[in-house]
Design a protein around this ligand. Structure first.
Ligand code: ZN
Length: 384
């Protein structure tokens, strides 16, 4: 018997019931998946986080031969704190053809479909590899070690399909995200003695303006990636913290910023240019007043963009399975760029709309669940 919508729905309910908000452990969910797979004769390999609180899961269904397909998704979800939910976020509720719950859309339904189909994957000639990660929502932190383990353990797959919600459109390019923290160290003095101090707050303000200039130049002159909204690499400062009192020249200020880059305009040169600007133009000026002053910038998160490739076996496969002939590009960051950086052909294609992701009363329509199920059934058939 091939598993159908009823089995998928039950699996969605099971997965959503685990509160896997990124700050929590995901081990209960991973344990559940491991038992489910083992009941169907599939072994799992866990790749745990440094603190042992979280794990990625890697499992191969079918023969251990090259040319398989990786179905990849994250197990964590974004928080519900402060959001106005009308239902319990961790209990799936059906209303008007929609399943409501945290992660129904982003992205436990994709995982639930793959897991529910495992009992029907008895005749695979080429394998399906399941790759479940942790900490995607806080900067794709789990996936790099998952990918390393994958490359070391499994015969090279032909394609990676990352099941982020795209409404079953096939996505061949996404922006990356680099998150940075810049710390400015100034020199304290009484605020009446401005000639004796160096204000970290004022220096940070100048640096933020410099970044804003870089961002505006890109918005005006590109480079642009067609089909992405907005089409250029963006640079954005999200938080600033500095100073202790209005009458003290601030000794410390730090600000967090991100670069959401298209593949045509990657973050590395932007960061290099910014560091050079700090080292050559800003810091020498500060040190003329106080030698202890400085500016440092640390890279906190580095998830690369997914670059569109014309000859991409993953793209051809996903288009064939989804019955579409054009690929889309999206502005949000995902794990597909990390797979591509490791030399694997990747696309994003999954059920649900990104419009509902991260929202209160997050939902997926049953139509999208069906479409995702049909897609993965066709994948199983094509590998059998
Ligand atoms: Zn997601």
């Amino acid at each position: 018997m091939t598993p159908g919508l009823a089995e998928v729905r039950e699996m969605i309910e099971r997965l959503v019931a685990f509160d896997t908000v990124s700050r929590n452990s995901n081990l209960e969910l991973i344990d559940f998946v491991r038992h489910w797979l083992s009941r169907h004769g599939v072994a799992s390999h866990l790749v745990v986080s440094d603190d042992g609180e979280k794990a990625n899961l890697l499992a191969t269904v079918g023969p251990s031969v090259p040319g398989g397909v990786v179905l990849s998704g994250h197990t964590d979800v974004v928080p519900v704190d402060g959001q106005r939910w009308t239902t319990d976020p961790f209990h799936v509720v059906e209303r008007n053809g929609r399943l409501y719950g945290r992660g129904t859309c982003d992205m436990k339904s994709f995982l639930a479909i793959a897991l529910a189909l495992v009992p029907g994957m008895r005749h695979l000639k080429r394998p399906i590899h399941l790759a479940l990660s942790y900490d995607e929502e806080v900067g794709c932190r789990g996936a790099p070690r998952l990918i390393d383990a994958m490359l070391a353990r499994i015969p090279t797959p032909a394609a990676v399909i990352v099941g982020e919600p795209t409404g079953m459109r096939v996505v061949s390019a996404h922006k990356g995200i680099a998150v940075l923290r810049t710390v400015v160290t100034g020199h304290e003095a009484h605020s009446s003695q401005t000639h004796r101090g160096v204000s970290a707050v004022t220096t940070a303000a100048r640096l933020i303006t410099h970044l804003d200039d870089l961002a505006r130049r890109r918005a005006a002159d590109g480079p642009f990636a067609p089909g992405v909204e907005p089409p250029q690499t963006t640079i954005h400062v999200g938080t600033v913290h500095g100073g202790t009192a209005v009458n003290i020249i601030a000794r410390e200020c730090h600000f967090d910023w991100d670069i959401r880059a298209i593949a045509e305009d990657p973050p590395e040169p932007i960061l290099q240019e910014f560091r050079r600007h700090c080292d050559e133009r800003v810091v020498p000026e500060l040190r003329r007043i106080a030698p202890g002053c400085g500016v440092t910038t640390e890279l906190l998160v580095d998830a690369p963009p997914l670059a569109h490739e014309d000859a991409n076996p993953a793209l051809e496969l996903a288009c064939r399975l989804a019955g579409v002939d054009t690929a889309a590009r999206v502005p949000f960051a995902a794990e597909a760029g990390l797979f591509q950086r490791s030399g694997l052909h990747s696309v994003i294609c999954g059920p649900g709309s990104i419009d509902q992701a991260h929202q209160p009363d997050e939902f997926i329509t049953l139509d999208q669940v069906r479409a995702g199920l049909d897609f993965q059934r066709r994948l199983v058939a094509s590998l059998s």
